[in-house]
Design a protein around this ligand. Structure first.
Ligand SMILES: [Mn+2]
Length: 258
């Protein structure tokens, strides 16, 4: 058995399934999706349901699930007027996700919400003798292994929205070195992180993880869609041996080309 992490699929269900096929994912394996399963791509709800229906898969809360949970009616009715609804529907691709969600039966919507409420925001995982900390973006030790429903809006916001990789003077991937974990995050596409690091498209446009000290970004940039100039897709990381499996959105793997 092996343990995998993947992040930021953003509704790209076909890419997700191709990835599971590529890693030969089986019943004895485990998979963590580190947030942002939904929005922008074609099949957001299908990804949520697929993970929900597999006991050996788990989803962490990303800023997109956070927006959804603060937008839709908490009792599963076909309404979207919550605190984050404008932000989600009109500025972050939630409109398409909500249309998919609206087509479900009320009980199905309710069961998805119940399940999402019980997902972790930060999750610690031990694989072999290595300790990992999975979080969509930011880390605060006091919120380890807490579920969405156990936390306040502002606390979750402070973990899923800000990033060590952007926001100007918060560029500080070194801030976690005091902790005895390897941190696995998503949220900011690796191509963008490389661009910030090198300021050069030719070096940045690569579908590969970014590793800096004990912090690894595995957001392959699915949010950009397949017509983007980016060489984007999904990055499946096997935590047992840190092998990376690249799954480009286009199905054509350019990751070894220079
Ligand atoms: Mn995100």
């Amino acid at each position: 058995m092996a343990v995998y992490a993947v992040s930021d699929l953003h509704g790209q269900y076909d890419t997700f399934i191709r990835g599971l096929d590529k890693i030969n994912f089986g019943d004895d394996d485990e998979l963590y999706m580190i947030g942002d399963a939904i929005d922008r791509g074609p099949d957001s709800i299908r990804i949520l349901q697929y993970i929900k229906d597999h006991d050996n898969m788990d989803l962490l809360i990303g800023n997109h699930e956070f927006m959804m949970l603060n937008s839709v009616d908490p009792n599963g009715r076909d309404k979207c007027t919550g605190y984050d609804s404008d932000l989600w529907l009109y500025y972050n691709g939630g409109n398409k996700t909500f249309r998919e969600y609206s087509k479900l039966k009320a009980e199905t919507r309710k069961s998805i919400l119940l399940w999402l409420n019980r997902r972790y925001v930060i999750k610690t995982v031990t694989v072999g003798d290595k300790r990992f900390c999975l979080t969509h973006s930011f880390y605060k030790s006091e919120f380890e292994n807490k579920m969405f429903f156990e936390m306040d809006y502002d606390d979750i916001w402070s973990l899923v929205w800000p990033s060590v990789y952007r926001d100007g003077d918060t560029w500080r991937p070194f801030i976690y070195t005091e902790y005895d974990y390897t941190f696995i995050t998503g949220h900011v596409p690796v191509q963008r992180v490389r661009f910030e690091m090198y300021g050069d498209d030719t070096k940045s446009n690569v579908l590969q993880i970014v590793e800096d000290r004990n912090l690894i970004d595995i957001d392959g940039g699915c949010a950009g869609g397949s017509d983007s100039w980016l060489n984007n897709g999904a990055l499946f990381l096997r935590l047992d041996d840190m092998q990376v499996f690249t799954v480009p959105l286009t199905g054509i793997d350019h990751s070894d080309c220079s």
